[in-house]
Ligand binder design. Structure first.
Ligand SMILES: Cc1cc2nc3c(=O)[nH]c(=O)nc-3n(C[C@H](O)[C@H](O)[C@H](O)COP(=O)(O)O)c2cc1C
Length: 414
């Protein structure tokens, strides 16, 4: 019997061949200016060839100021990378896939050492993880940020992307505005209230992209169902957010979890302090005393707040969103077996399933899923070596795989 996962679905104007999504995964395959290398194209070509319905790029910078702390992040804030992106989108389309650019501004979740300017946010309070005091944005600066997202989306369309995904999850700038306990700028529309997520920036960006790219250019949004803050977001604020996204008729909503205040709760699984202390610029140090301090902090602050990895750990949020809107809902987080992915769809809890780490472990994960009559279980162990190495300036990959299983261009990047 055919798998429900392998049935087509309409997402905005896109007719997807199946319901399997490669969720955004930072590639580490661009140069310091954000220009994608051939390794970027090879990765997406291989995923498209293996049958993934829709792929979403790793977070792509919309401005210098909004760059991530990872040095190899791709960028769409100018035209420099367009021919590289175009090669990639052409390759994806040759294999029948759809490719979406994830657009992000990091806000207070970055480092001035990387962006060259002080991080900005809707608060003056630093992110507990990044620890750098942001400059509070003025209201008259917001139109520029709206324009940056609009221009990046326009470039994405020019480069052949099938749509964009606004990164309003994981504590980045758009998510900072949505969290009343973070946002200290008075929202001109709603007033500042703990009961109302400030969606005005997100809405203005959606409108701007539509005016630049056309009403039918697909705009998706990634949100966090809940965060680790003491003040709950779910269900009341979550419901309000879904209602706003419904009223804006976005093409799809992807539902993740958390912020970088507790980064491991976004992905769940193992923590490896040795890799963190070796590669992460926020914790890297030569001082033995400091290393001991960071280890204690990791053990006594981060570890006790770590949520366990459970299968499909964001599905309850997706199910709630499904009950509130007809917009296609993507659940992401902890999908490891064909059976559980199928069940999420047949139970009506999600329309599509997003997957990240299993595609690093098995780039042909889609082929394996679709070609097996039985359950296929990802061999990914959630060791998270791939995540800790994002800070090392290397192309993102699985460290459990043997060299011959790597993407063709891995290791060739300078
Ligand atoms: C190495 C790595 C890089 C990631 N980069 C991004 C990113 O750029 N943007 C994003 O929204 N999520 C990113 N994520 C989170 C994934 O999209 C996904 O939400 C999370 O890994 C849970 O899915 P999984 O259990 O299938 O891995 C990343 C995850 C990993 C493992």
């Amino acid at each position: 019997m055919g798998s429900i996962l392998n049935t087509g679905i309409q997402v905005g104007r896109l007719a997807l061949r199946n319901r399997l999504v490669r969720s955004a995964t930072y590639e580490g395959a661009a140069d310091a200016a954000g220009i994608p290398h051939d390794g970027f194209r090879d990765m997406y070509e291989q995923l498209a060839r293996s049958g993934v319905g829709m792929m979403i790029t790793g977070f792509t910078a919309v401005s210098e100021q909004g760059r991530a702390m990872q040095p190899r992040q791709a960028a769409l804030h100018n035209d420099a990378g367009l021919s590289g992106f175009r090669k990639m989108t052409d390759a994806v389309h040759r294999h029948g896939g759809h490719i979406i650019a994830q657009l992000a501004h990091t806000g207070r979740q970055t480092r001035s050492a990387l962006t060259g300017s002080r991080p900005v946010s809707c608060t003056y309070r630093p992110s507990p993880y990044f620890r750098e005091r942001p400059r509070m944005l003025r209201h008259d600066e917001l139109p520029e940020i709206v324009q940056e997202f609009g221009s990046a989306a326009f470039r994405a369309r020019e480069a052949g992307f099938d749509g964009v995904q606004l990164h309003a999850a994981h504590g980045y700038l758009l998510h900072q505005f949505l969290q009343p306990e973070v946002n200290r700028m008075v929202d001109s529309r709603n007033g500042n209230s703990v009961r109302v997520p400030d969606t005005s920036l997100l809405e203005d960006i959606i409108d701007r992209i539509r005016s630049l790219c056309g009403d039918d250019f697909p705009i998706m949004v990634k949100i966090s169902g809940e965060t680790d803050s003491r003040r709950p977001f779910y269900p009341d604020l979550f419901d309000r957010l879904i209602t706003v996204l419904d009223s804006k008729s976005v093409a799809a909503i992807e539902i993740s979890y958390g912020t970088m205040d507790q980064p491991l709760n976004i992905i769940r699984g193992s923590m490896n302090p040795t890799l963190v202390l070796k590669y992460n610029p926020l914790f890297r140090t030569r001082s033995r005393l400091r290393r001991t301090f960071w280890k204690l902090l990791i053990d006594h602050y981060f570890r006790p707040r770590q949520q366990p990895f459970t299968p499909m750990y964001n599905l309850p949020y997706a199910a709630r969103a499904k009950s509130l809107t007809d917009i296609p809902i993507i659940t992401v987080g902890g999908a490891r077996t064909k059976r559980e992915m199928e069940r999420a769809i047949t139970d009506g809890h999600a329309d599509l399933v997003g997957v990240s780490r299993p595609f690093l472990r098995e780039p042909d994960f889609a082929t394996r899923l679709f070609n097996s009559d039985n359950d296929h279980v990802s061999p990914c162990t959630n060791c998270n070596h791939c995540v800790f190495m994002c800070d090392a300036g290397e192309p993102t990959r699985c460290y459990q795989r043997t060299p011959d299983q790597h993407f063709p261009s891995e290791g060739q990047l300078s």
